[in-house]
Design a protein around this ligand. Sequence first.
Ligand SMILES: [Zn+2]
Length: 473
Amino acid sequence: MKLRFFNTMGRLVEDFKTIETGVVKMYCCGPTVYNYAHIGNLRAYLFDDILRRTLEYAGYKVDHVVNITDVGHLTDDNDDGEDKMVKSSRESGKSVWDISKFFTEAFFKDIDNLNIVRPTVNPKATDHIEEMINLIKRLESKGFTYNSAGNVYFDISKFHDYGKLALRERQDLTAGARVAVDPNKKNAHDFVLWFTNSKFEDQAMQWESPWGRGYPGWHIECSAMSMKYLGDQFDIHCGGIDHISIHHTNEIAQSEAATGKKWVNYWMHNEFLIMNKGKMAKSSGNFITLDSLIEDGFDPLDYRYFSLGGHYRSQLQFSVESLNSAKSARENLFERVIQLKKDTNNIPSTKVGVTAKDYIAKFQDHISNDLNTPQVLSDLWLMLKDSNLSSGDKLFVVYDFDRILGFDLLNLEIPKQNDEADLEPEIKELIDLRNKARSDKNWERADELRDILLNKGFTITDTPSGAVWSKNV
Ligand SMILES: [Zn+2]
């Protein structure tokens, strides 16, 4: 399967070729663990996951690195503001280390709930201070840095290609009116490699360095950790679209300045999740977590389905109504797959016919063309509704698609239904009332009745052919 991806560097869809045959080395910017990830952040990790699964489906071994930022990420990416971890610590009264541990665990819980394959390495910034110091020393010895007011800066005027990812012309590199220019900088877009405590007296995380006791800038960590685990040159670097103009631009400058070589071949960026016409962001308070969706009765995989319904390079508008449609579609899919399992005793065809092969070819064509997940979901439904296909062939194709879609359909269990005759009249009545509430689209009442039934020891699962119940043991 030949892969083609949109490369932000150059803004073109390109054929994908690896540096080393059969292996993809990929670095994705990870979470800053000062708060819960919101579902907009999680969209980025779902994109990484689809990318990784596609690469593996195509036969590559993937070395997938996602960093955990637990120091140095300021509230403004341009070196202004306060360290996000320190701010969270001050507001909560907990130590930065406790905060980091707590939110790292919360992050992995979300990742697991969404069936995102865990990265091969998850380096923590605070475990790699030595690597960052060494990289800064390399830059210093090559003349790319200067010291000012106690901090070490990267001098962008020394790096001739600065801004190539963001397509910034050198003459446009004057700081915007929005940000007050740091008088200690030679050029407005120079950035800090190492802060000493001259800037933030109350920074709890500090280390000795040749430039004084302090802590690293945010950008240097991604260069230091990616190069440690993937080498001086690697295949793919991912991140949210908001990283293009500052974070990734600075990562490229310092990495290529240090090695003198091209650093990364493919830059891939996902667009934002939009809510109420704005980017979902913790700073604006305009955000929803995965846990809050679960509390509202959604399955985390409803959100996975919802995300796949949008192309990663398009903005995705979030609303409860659209998540509800994703939920019904996902439930419908699971129900169909359960039916296929029942029809075939869960044994997919070993040799599929031409029609099934055509569907797989179409699917591969769409996913390999810059990860067209919305098209793939529509392929999936066309296939499931195709009366020319046997159940065995359908099951084979659905399992094949699911290697990338990631709903874990192979392990989807056929729900056990207890005997109708065992049902007490009171329970039977509650189930009937709930079915009626659902058919009246009175979701609130339906949820209420489901909770009542749950309290009485009955779990209700909604399927396209109506609700099924099971008694909890
Ligand atoms: Zn990064």
